[in-house]
Structures are given as structure tokens and as C-alpha cells.
Design a binder for this molecule. Structure first.
Ligand code: TYD
Length: 134
């Protein structure tokens, strides 16, 4: 499955709206871990790495930010600014999160528990593993 925006159910209610996701109905993987990124100072960038195995789903629960995905050759920008959709990020995509608005909250679920060995932090190494030679 390619990187894509997944629209989530939105239960509109005058008392306040509600959205959700569960595996396997909205997500293409089982959730093993949840983390969130918050209190990001203006102009900061998070991410800037790829994962060998883990897949992720990213939702802007509050505010907005951009997720830039690079497959080793081309870059694609996804702007997240609603809590009723999120971005599916497959394994082996270089990704960075930037342009965070004030008080934005990024919710991220992954199909793997935290493993530092799953990170690829060098872009040249990433391209080599993707068989992209410049
Ligand atoms: P990192 O994934 O490098 O953050 P980002 O992708 O936003 O730049 O994680 C930052 C630090 O937090 C790093 O020392 C590892 C730690 N960490 C955990 O211990 N558990 C987790 O689930 C995550 C995502 C990070």
C-alpha cells in the first residue's frame, strides 16, 4: 500500500464531534505503539529519518503540520490539519514533519514497538537501501 490519506469516520454531534480508527477496519496494520509530538517550537522539524520495517499512521489531532515523504527519488508533501483523516506511511519512506502550527498535536501509531535499530538516519544509506543511485 502506498502513502495515502485515510479518511476516518466522523460522528457529527451538536455536543461535539467524534472520530476513531481501529485495526483492521481503518488501518492496514495492527497497532503496537502510540506516541505523540507536541510543544513544538515554531520553525522546528521532527523526523528526518526512515524506518526499515515499521509502518505508521499520523493524525493532526490539533492544529496543523506538513509531512514530507521521500521514496529516494521524489518528494511528496501532505498537509495534515483535520482530526478526521490521517496519513498512512509505509516502511522505507524518508519522512520529516515540519511547519507545525502553535499548539499542534501529532498523534502517531505504529505497528512496531520502539526499536532504535529500525531507524535509518542517513539519507545516503537510505537511498542505497532503496537501490537509488545518484
Ligand atoms: P525520534 O523518533 O528520533 O523523534 P523524531 O522522529 O520526532 O525526530 O525520537 C526522539 C527520542 O525519543 C529518541 O531518543 C527515541 C525516543 N523515543 C522512544 O523512546 N520511544 C518512542 O516510541 C519514540 C517515537 C521515540
Amino acid at each position: 500500500m502506498k502513502p495515502q490519506i485515510i479518511k476516518l469516520p466522523k460522528i457529527v454531534d451538536p455536543r461535539g464531534n467524534l472520530s476513531f480508527f481501529e485495526s483492521p477496519r481503518q488501518l492496514p496494520f495492527e497497532i503496537a505503539r502510540t506516541y505523540w509530538i507536541y510543544d513544538v517550537p515554531g520553525g522546528e522539524t521532527r523526523g528526518s529519518h526512515a524506518f526499515r520495517e515499521q509502518q505508521e499512521f499520523i493524525v493532526a489531532l490539533s492544529g496543523s503540520f506538513d509531512v514530507i515523504l521521500n521514496d529516494g527519488e521524489t518528494e511528496e508533501k501532505f498537509s495534515l490539519n483535520r482530526s478526521y483523516y490521517g496519513l498512512y506511511v509505509p516502511k522505507m519512506y524518508w519522512r520529516r514533519l515540519e511547519n507545525f502550527s502553535t499548539n499542534s498535536l501529532a498523534l502517531i501509531v505504529s505497528d512496531k514497538r520502539f526499536d532504535t535499530n529500525d531507524y535509518i538516519r542517513n539519507f545516503e544509506e537510505f537511498k542505497k537501501l532503496k537501490n537509488v543511485f545518484s
